[in-house]
Design a protein around this ligand. Structure first.
Ligand code: TXA
Ligand code: MG
Length: 338
């Protein structure tokens, strides 16, 4: 198969989505942009097609997929016993970077849910994503469109790097707005529980729903993490990565640069160095989140042996999700600075 890229610049290009949508419905893989990261889409109702997603990504089959729909009405096609919390989320935060875990209907094949009784459902904010899903007429299972273990793709080029000739189409809608994946919240338990921090913060969810259990890296009351994806090595660049965290972490980071090693620094704000290549990820947690995965891929491309990331943000909002991703990228290699 030879991958076709379809560039969408404005709503006037939406007619270009007709063919990819038909192909998606008929069982091909189609990568598409969302506001978080690019997704690797498959017709969620066809088990053989869903198996191809796991093969293309090299993803363990015990890790379930998120099913994307274009409207609230379509949630009922795949989920049952939908609780009032879900309605509140759909009404106030959707479309948006949030995924809700609900009880699944029989129509959803076991391959999507890794044999579980629940299904993760998301209505993406990206209009291109919703238009593609609507035109396909089916719910769309879509993990992030990267090879398992690599940083999630935030540009169409990243998808091409990982999945060239493994997908029928890549819809290029430019760079993703948020840059890290959706928040996953389990609504089959009470109180609701965050399984993965993401684009919608714990604070926002608590304001809307009352008590919400925050994300815990490993559930102490159960042996297996409830969001299986969170247990795997993730987002890792090829070089050795260290995070320097704290308001004034810059001086310690600069001291740690070894001159005989090819080093890439991910900075927060402008920084000029002779001893390393600097990628400025931005001054705010939002900008940094948007740029992180691209920066990790560029560091790999440059052949970085060491990657040092400056993380001056405290906590709250998207910072919780940003820290989660950056800690994982660094395999927990974090230096806490004053
Ligand atoms: O922003 C996003 O959510 C992106 C875009 C493409 O929508 N998708 C994404 O999918 O990040 P993926 O497959 O890379 O991550 C899905 C996460 C995994 O950690 C998985 O274990 C969890 O959601 N998950 C999926 N179904 C679940 C379920 N039924 N119960 C608990 N966790 C589930
Ligand atoms: Mg992923």
């Amino acid at each position: 198969m030879s991958t076709k890229t379809v560039k969408i610049n404005s709503i006037y290009d939406y007619k270009k989505l007709l063919e990819p949508a038909e192909s998606l419905k008929n069982g091909d893989l189609v990568a598409f942009p969302t506001e978080t990261v690019y997704g690797l889409g498959a017709n969620a109702l066809l088990s053989d097609t869903v198996k191809k997603v796991f093969e293309a990504k090299g993803r363990p089959s015990d890790n379930p997929l998120i099913v994307h729909v274009s409207s609230v009405e379509d949630v009922e096609r795949i989920a049952k016993n939908i609780p009032p919390e879900a309605d509140k989320i759909f009404k106030n935060l959707c479309p948006g970077p949030i995924t809700v875990v609900l009880f699944k209907k029989d129509i959803v094949p076991d391959e999507v849910t890794a044999g579980g009784k629940t299904v993760a459902v998301r209505i993406p904010e990206s209009e291109i994503a919703r238009e593609l899903i609507k035109l396909s007429g089916v719910p769309v299972a879509a993990p992030s469109a990267n090879t398992s273990g690599r940083p999630s793709p935030t540009k169409a080029e990243h998808v091409l790097e990982d999945l060239k000739d493994k997908v029928e189409y890549i819809i290029d809608g430019g760079e993703c707005r948020v840059g890290i994946e959706s928040t996953v919240v389990d609504l089959t338990v009470s109180p609701p529980r965050i399984l993965r921090p993401g684009g919608v913060s714990h604070e926002t969810l608590s304001e809307l729903l009352g008590e919400v259990t925050g994300y815990a890296p490993c559930d102490s009351d159960e042996n297996a993490p409830k969001s299986p994806g969170m247990k795997y090595k993730h987002y890792a660049p090829k070089g050795k990565m260290t995070v320097f965290e704290g308001k004034n972490c810059r001086s310690e980071l600069v001291k740690a640069i070894e001159n005989d090693k090819k080093t890439v620094v991910l900075s927060s704000g402008e920084l000029i160095l002779d001893s390393a290549t600097v990628i400025n990820c931005g001054k705010t947690p939002e900008e940094y989140s948007k740029n992180l995965f691209n920066a990790l891929r560029r560091a790999d491309e440059m052949g970085a042996e060491c990657i040092l990331a400056e993380l001056p943000f405290s906590s709250g909002g998207i910072t919780t999700a940003l820290k989660n991703r950056i800690y994982k990228s660094a395999g927990g290699n974090v230096v806490l600075c004053k």
